[in-house]
Design a protein around this ligand. Sequence first.
Ligand SMILES: Cc1cc2nc3c(=O)[nH]c(=O)nc-3n(C[C@H](O)[C@H](O)[C@H](O)COP(=O)(O)O)c2cc1C
Length: 223
Amino acid sequence: MNVTEAVTSRRSIRQFLDKPVDKSILERVLETAQRAPSGGNTQPWNAVVVGGDALKDITAKIKAKAATAPMGENTEYAIYPRELDGRYEEQRRAVGKDMFQAVGLERGDKAGRIAQMAKNWDSFGAPVQLFTYTKKYMGPPQWSDMGMWLQTVMLLLREAGLDSCPQEIWAMYGTYMRELLGIDDDHIFFCGMAIGYRDPDAAINNFDVPRVPIRDAIEFRGF
Ligand SMILES: Cc1cc2nc3c(=O)[nH]c(=O)nc-3n(C[C@H](O)[C@H](O)[C@H](O)COP(=O)(O)O)c2cc1C
């Protein structure tokens, strides 16, 4: 698989097969992903990889928490800016609409949508979670470094035949997640990432997620 194939075959998978993932593959992927760049080589990413009974335990606890605090609790960063507007807001709405439509959920089916969203807590059936965090004092440049590392991980997972879904939904309970994972107070929880093998036939893994043409986002000068 070349880089283009890894980039274009990666998509957020929301239905995984019931198939275990070898720890040795994850170790190899994460070892290689350490080559991701970061400003000043600070390498600000940290993570806990969770599977087996440990993941079952977290899954049960977060579901219980989500039942008592459905709108989130002690969210430590704004998952989306309040000011999101224009094409950014349109794109955010569109992917939600298309996703629900792919699984046959009508606009008015609030219960169905909530049930679909709740699948996040089951890691969409994936056997592994990568929970990421960094120091609280890290700023936008280091957060962008985290993103570069995460994408590096996701592409290497593709090369290994694996799939992923980054999940910032877990940050709705950021403080609680740190508590469950034993992460100190001077750190901030970023996101989870479900890892496993995709169900290739699931409609939710096959709807189109468009991107804006580059002319809407990028400008060439001096060419
Ligand atoms: C940092 C990050 C967090 C995300 N969190 C979630 C999430 O909590 N749940 C989810 O279903 N998708 C989540 N996504 C997936 C995005 O919706 C997805 O990347 C976007 O719609 C583009 O689609 P694609 O990844 O399939 O190309 C997240 C993506 C990123 C990069």
